[in-house]
Design a protein around this ligand. Sequence first.
Ligand code: RBF
Length: 160
Amino acid sequence: MASALKNLSDYNSDNLIDISEKKFGLVVAEWNKAITDTLCKGAYDTLIKHGAMPENIIRNTVSGSFELSFGAQLLAQSDEIDVVICLGVVIKGETKHDDYICHAVAQGITQVSLKYNKPVIFGLVTTNDEQQAWDRAGGKHGNKGIEAAATAIHMLGICE
Ligand code: RBF
Protein backbone atom coordinates (compact mmCIF):
# COMPACT_ATOMS: atom_id res chain seq x y z
CA MET A 1 0.00 0.00 0.00
CA ALA A 2 1.35 3.42 -0.88
CA SER A 3 2.64 5.40 2.08
CA ALA A 4 0.49 8.29 0.89
CA LEU A 5 -2.45 6.08 1.89
CA LYS A 6 -0.97 4.43 4.94
CA ASN A 7 1.31 6.47 7.16
CA LEU A 8 2.23 4.42 10.20
CA SER A 9 4.42 7.04 11.84
CA ASP A 10 1.50 7.74 14.18
CA TYR A 11 1.47 4.08 15.18
CA ASN A 12 -0.49 2.89 18.18
CA SER A 13 2.00 2.64 21.05
CA ASP A 14 -0.39 0.96 23.49
CA ASN A 15 0.45 -2.53 24.72
CA LEU A 16 4.05 -2.57 23.52
CA ILE A 17 6.28 -5.08 25.27
CA ASP A 18 9.13 -4.18 27.62
CA ILE A 19 12.17 -3.75 25.36
CA SER A 20 14.66 -2.62 28.01
CA GLU A 21 16.62 -5.86 27.67
CA LYS A 22 16.18 -6.35 23.94
CA LYS A 23 19.10 -5.91 21.57
CA PHE A 24 18.66 -4.12 18.29
CA GLY A 25 20.82 -4.09 15.17
CA LEU A 26 20.49 -1.19 12.77
CA VAL A 27 21.96 -1.53 9.27
CA VAL A 28 22.08 1.75 7.40
CA ALA A 29 23.06 2.27 3.77
CA GLU A 30 25.36 5.19 2.98
CA TRP A 31 23.93 5.95 -0.45
CA ASN A 32 21.66 8.98 -0.05
CA LYS A 33 23.27 9.37 3.36
CA ALA A 34 21.51 12.56 4.45
CA ILE A 35 18.17 10.79 4.03
CA THR A 36 19.22 7.45 5.54
CA ASP A 37 20.68 9.31 8.54
CA THR A 38 17.26 10.87 9.08
CA LEU A 39 15.60 7.47 8.84
CA CYS A 40 18.14 6.13 11.31
CA LYS A 41 17.53 8.96 13.76
CA GLY A 42 13.79 8.28 13.57
CA ALA A 43 14.36 4.59 14.28
CA TYR A 44 16.88 5.19 17.08
CA ASP A 45 14.77 7.82 18.83
CA THR A 46 11.72 5.56 18.64
CA LEU A 47 13.56 2.63 20.23
CA ILE A 48 14.86 4.88 23.02
CA LYS A 49 11.43 6.44 23.52
CA HIS A 50 9.99 2.99 24.14
CA GLY A 51 12.63 1.93 26.64
CA ALA A 52 15.54 0.48 24.67
CA MET A 53 18.96 1.03 26.26
CA PRO A 54 21.47 2.94 24.09
CA GLU A 55 24.08 0.25 24.73
CA ASN A 56 21.67 -2.32 23.30
CA ILE A 57 21.42 -0.59 19.93
CA ILE A 58 24.22 -1.42 17.49
CA ARG A 59 24.44 0.63 14.31
CA ASN A 60 26.39 -0.71 11.33
CA THR A 61 26.74 1.04 8.00
CA VAL A 62 26.98 -0.58 4.59
CA SER A 63 27.89 1.03 1.27
CA GLY A 64 24.57 0.89 -0.50
CA SER A 65 21.18 -0.73 -0.12
CA PHE A 66 22.33 -3.78 -2.06
CA GLU A 67 24.65 -4.56 0.86
CA LEU A 68 21.86 -4.36 3.46
CA SER A 69 21.27 -8.13 3.34
CA PHE A 70 24.89 -8.90 4.14
CA GLY A 71 24.94 -6.28 6.88
CA ALA A 72 21.75 -7.80 8.29
CA GLN A 73 23.30 -11.26 8.22
CA LEU A 74 26.36 -10.13 10.17
CA LEU A 75 24.08 -8.87 12.93
CA ALA A 76 21.38 -11.55 12.78
CA GLN A 77 23.88 -14.39 13.19
CA SER A 78 24.87 -13.01 16.59
CA ASP A 79 23.02 -14.45 19.59
CA GLU A 80 23.30 -10.95 21.06
CA ILE A 81 20.84 -9.46 18.58
CA ASP A 82 17.06 -9.92 18.85
CA VAL A 83 15.92 -7.96 15.82
CA VAL A 84 17.55 -6.23 12.85
CA ILE A 85 16.29 -3.07 11.15
CA CYS A 86 17.51 -2.35 7.59
CA LEU A 87 17.36 1.24 6.35
CA GLY A 88 18.10 2.45 2.84
CA VAL A 89 16.90 4.78 0.12
CA VAL A 90 16.76 3.67 -3.51
CA ILE A 91 15.88 6.39 -6.00
CA LYS A 92 14.85 5.52 -9.52
CA GLY A 93 17.28 6.55 -12.26
CA GLU A 94 17.40 6.22 -16.02
CA THR A 95 18.05 2.49 -15.87
CA LYS A 96 16.50 -0.43 -14.01
CA HIS A 97 19.14 -0.57 -11.29
CA ASP A 98 16.54 0.32 -8.69
CA ASP A 99 14.46 -2.75 -9.56
CA TYR A 100 17.42 -5.07 -9.20
CA ILE A 101 18.53 -3.53 -5.92
CA CYS A 102 15.06 -3.51 -4.37
CA HIS A 103 14.29 -7.09 -5.35
CA ALA A 104 17.68 -8.26 -4.11
CA VAL A 105 17.18 -6.54 -0.75
CA ALA A 106 13.64 -7.86 -0.32
CA GLN A 107 14.76 -11.42 -1.05
CA GLY A 108 18.03 -11.12 0.86
CA ILE A 109 16.62 -9.87 4.12
CA THR A 110 13.74 -12.36 3.92
CA GLN A 111 16.31 -15.14 3.69
CA VAL A 112 18.28 -13.76 6.63
CA SER A 113 15.14 -13.47 8.73
CA LEU A 114 14.07 -17.05 8.04
CA LYS A 115 17.57 -18.50 8.37
CA TYR A 116 18.21 -16.95 11.77
CA ASN A 117 14.60 -17.11 12.92
CA LYS A 118 14.45 -13.49 14.00
CA PRO A 119 12.72 -10.44 12.56
CA VAL A 120 14.60 -8.41 9.95
CA ILE A 121 12.67 -5.25 9.18
CA PHE A 122 12.44 -3.88 5.63
CA GLY A 123 13.00 -0.15 5.99
CA LEU A 124 13.82 0.49 2.35
CA VAL A 125 12.38 3.68 0.91
CA THR A 126 11.98 3.26 -2.86
CA THR A 127 10.97 6.38 -4.74
CA ASN A 128 10.89 8.06 -8.12
CA ASP A 129 12.88 11.09 -6.96
CA GLU A 130 14.69 12.61 -4.01
CA GLN A 131 11.75 14.75 -2.89
CA GLN A 132 9.57 11.67 -2.52
CA ALA A 133 12.29 10.15 -0.37
CA TRP A 134 12.43 13.21 1.91
CA ASP A 135 8.63 13.10 2.11
CA ARG A 136 9.10 9.69 3.77
CA ALA A 137 12.04 10.71 5.96
CA GLY A 138 10.39 13.23 8.22
CA GLY A 139 8.22 14.89 5.58
CA LYS A 140 4.55 14.77 4.69
CA HIS A 141 4.43 10.98 4.67
CA GLY A 142 6.06 10.54 8.04
CA ASN A 143 9.38 8.90 8.78
CA LYS A 144 9.78 5.30 7.65
CA GLY A 145 12.57 4.89 10.21
CA ILE A 146 10.03 5.46 12.99
CA GLU A 147 7.73 2.93 11.39
CA ALA A 148 10.51 0.38 10.98
CA ALA A 149 11.36 0.69 14.69
CA ALA A 150 7.70 0.38 15.68
CA THR A 151 7.46 -2.73 13.50
CA ALA A 152 10.56 -4.17 15.16
CA ILE A 153 9.04 -3.71 18.62
CA HIS A 154 5.75 -5.19 17.46
CA MET A 155 7.52 -8.22 16.00
CA LEU A 156 9.48 -8.77 19.21
CA GLY A 157 6.11 -8.98 20.95
CA ILE A 158 5.02 -11.66 18.52
CA CYS A 159 8.26 -13.60 19.14
CA GLU A 160 7.76 -13.72 22.93
N1 RBF B 1 22.33 2.27 -3.49
C1 RBF B 1 21.33 2.84 -2.77
O1 RBF B 1 21.22 2.59 -1.57
N2 RBF B 1 20.43 3.67 -3.38
C2 RBF B 1 20.48 3.97 -4.71
O2 RBF B 1 19.63 4.74 -5.18
C3 RBF B 1 21.51 3.38 -5.47
N3 RBF B 1 21.61 3.63 -6.80
C4 RBF B 1 22.56 2.99 -7.53
C5 RBF B 1 22.63 3.18 -8.91
C6 RBF B 1 23.57 2.50 -9.68
C7 RBF B 1 23.60 2.71 -11.15
C8 RBF B 1 24.49 1.64 -9.04
C9 RBF B 1 25.53 0.89 -9.85
C10 RBF B 1 24.45 1.46 -7.68
C11 RBF B 1 23.50 2.13 -6.91
N4 RBF B 1 23.44 1.96 -5.52
C12 RBF B 1 22.44 2.52 -4.80
C13 RBF B 1 24.51 1.22 -4.81
C14 RBF B 1 24.20 -0.27 -4.60
O3 RBF B 1 23.24 -0.43 -3.57
C15 RBF B 1 25.51 -1.00 -4.20
O4 RBF B 1 26.06 -0.37 -3.07
C16 RBF B 1 26.54 -1.03 -5.30
O5 RBF B 1 26.00 -1.50 -6.50
C17 RBF B 1 27.74 -1.92 -4.92
O6 RBF B 1 27.31 -3.27 -4.72
